[in-house]
Design a protein around this ligand. Structure first.
Ligand SMILES: O=C(O)[C@@H](CO)OP(=O)(O)O
Ligand SMILES: [Mn+2]
Ligand SMILES: [Mn+2]
Length: 530
């Protein structure tokens, strides 16, 4: 259950507000625990970092707490190690006569895909190394930070640029942008049109023209009152003659400063891949020096050049299950497809053993998810139930996306519907598992739908000036539920006294249920025979 944590039960708790009879019943049928899914429990730098799908699924699959890509990048940027690697080649390209350095990424301090601090340190370093021409291509968040704050982030960036360039002849500008859900940051090839819109904005300079970011945000908001930052149309900043101020040209250097792979890899591929690229028509693709913040996909080695090397995650639970020769199914709708494959398997897209593993991608709708909040919960359940009926699989895993994807829209009523659809799907899967005499494990990767309002430091809900709640679109730092129901007759009990039980204990729990040995470096199982 993506994005279904344990909330306070108050009126902004979309899980408590939903009817969840099947989850309630599950609680009575087996063991129930509340476990950690955020911050240092999933390998992030601090416990104020909310959980997210990347770190959640990485940790579930790895069975250990692995210092995450986000933390590695963080350590490398703060410690300065980053400037000794491929960054040297970026600077060399960017300081060649006439060239520009383009920085593309999410303008946010959400620390899920990118970090504000990394961006400012990149800018300071570029200045100290004499990068004369620099262009920023900024994606608005509204999803990992408070919504409708794009103007504040843009203003903060403009002022950072003004400070850094004051008294110099540095030619540094914001050149394009757009909301992350409609510009550039598609994932799992759900909608290449989103990447194409970004390509036009950042690279070709042919998106809707505005003379400044400020004008873009003000105009787009006036056109659609209440619009979320995530959905602001892609745009190109143009000069007084209508010419783009920073299209990407041959010889330029391009850096994507997002550290998380799922939403960075499609644009990366558009820059790096040759004629075999089929995502969209790129027009004249500039010949650039391209680097990503880190590795976005291990199997395809994308991007070939990165500023920080990623963590290597080996011996994940599905690799061990594959080695044991047991058949596995991974099923998810597109929006979470790579979560159950790529992230779960330690950032590898391909099966470990294609002869025993089946991956099913159930196409997601291409609309805003509060418009169809049940998403593909029923279809995902159908897939698992059919596979169970076939009887071939020993380990089946799936992701129900609604609690998270609809929670991100900030639409409370729709979120309740999404959670109820997830509950129904769990109920149907539970029946099928019971019929098969199997064992069902239900958990989440982080919270979201259980806390749908922005809060002040004391935890009190914040209201908009008109007195309506400030709906929250981001994940949370809440604990998440873990239900284990074994319908084979075996009885289990929770292991008492474990230190900070969390997602890192899930893999061992699964291995124990499967009767497979648990590697010594795994964190321990959360259950033992009763
Ligand atoms: O949509 C996403 O990219 C993130 C939020 O930034 O959500 P999740 O980690 O659940 O995929
Ligand atoms: Mn998630
Ligand atoms: Mn999410």
């Amino acid at each position: 259950m993506d994005g279904i944590g344990i909330g306070t039960g108050d009126e902004y708790d979309g899980v408590a507000a939903a009817q969840t009879p099947h989850l309630d019943a599950l609680r009575e049928q087996g063991t129930y625990q509340e476990i950690y899914a955020h911050g240092t429990h999933v390998g992030l730098s601090s416990d104020s970092d909310m959980g997210n799908s990347e770190v959640g699924h990485n940790t579930m699959g790895a069975g250990r707490i692995i210092p995450q890509g986000a933390k590695r990048v963080d350590d490398a940027v703060r410690g300065g190690e980053i400037w000794q690697g491929a960054w040297r080649d970026v600077v060399a390209a960017a300081t060649t006569d006439g060239a520009a350095l383009h920085l593309i990424g999410l303008l946010s301090d959400g620390n899920v895909h990118s970090s504000w601090e990394h961006l400012t340190l990149l800018l300071e370093q570029a200045k100290s190394e004499g990068v004369q021409r620099l262009r920023l291509h900024t994606l608005f968040d509204g999803r990992d930070v408070e919504d409708r704050t794009a103007d504040r982030y843009a203003a903060q960036l403009e002022s950072t640029l003004a400070d850094l360039t004051a008294g110099s002849d540095l030619d540094w500008r914001i050149a394009s942008g757009g909301g992350r859900m409609v510009t550039t940051m598609d994932r799992y090839e759900a909608n290449w049109g989103v990447v194409e819109a970004g390509w036009r904005a950042h690279v070709l300079g042919t998106a809707r023209p505005f003379t400044s970011v400020d004008e873009a945000i003000t105009t787009l908001r006036a056109e659609t009152p209440g619009i979320s930052d995530q959905l602001l149309e892609a745009f190109t900043v143009v000069d007084q003659d209508g010419q783009p101020v920073g299209p990407v040209r041959d010889g330029d250097a391009v850096v994507i400063f997002n550290f998380r792979g799922d939403r960075a890899i499609e644009l990366t591929r558009a820059f790096v891949e040759g004629d075999g690229f089929t995502g969209f028509d790129r027009g004249d693709r500039p010949d650039v020096f391209f680097a990503g913040m880190t590795l976005y996909d291990g199997d395809t080695n994308m991007p070939p050049v990165r500023l920080v090397q990623p963590p290597v995650i080996e011996d994940t639970v599905s690799e061990l299950i594959a080695r044991a020769g047991l058949r596995q199914l991974a099923a998810s709708e597109t929006q979470k497809y790579g979560h159950m494959t790529y992230f779960w398997n330690g950032n590898r897209s391909d099966p470990f053993d294609a002869s025993t593993e089946t991956y099913v991608d159930i196409p997601s709708d291409q609309i805003e998810f509060d418009k169809a909040p049940r998403m593909k919960a029923a279809e995902t359940a159908d897939c698992v139930i059919d596979a169970l009926a076939e009887g071939d699989y020993t380990f089946l895993r799936s992701n129900l996306a609604g609690g998270d994807m609809v929670g991100h829209t900030g639409n409370f009523e729709a979120t309740i519907v999404a959670v109820e659809a997830v509950d129904e799907a769990v109920g149907r899967i539970a029946e099928a598992v019971r019929a098969a005499g199997g064992c069902l494990v239900v958990t989440a990767d982080h919270g979201n739908s259980e806390d749908m309002v922005e809060r002040d430091k004391a935890g009190a809900p914040r209201m908009a000036p008109d007195g309506t709640p400030l709906w929250k679109t981001a994940h949370s730092t809440n604990l998440i539920p873990l239900y284990v129901a074994d319908y084979s007759g075996q009885r289990w009990t929770t292991v008492p006294g474990l230190d900070a039980p969390g997602l890192s204990n899930l893999a061992a729990t699964l291995l124990v249920l499967l009767g497979l040995p648990v590697p010594e470096d795994y964190r321990p199982s959360l259950i033992s025979p009763a």
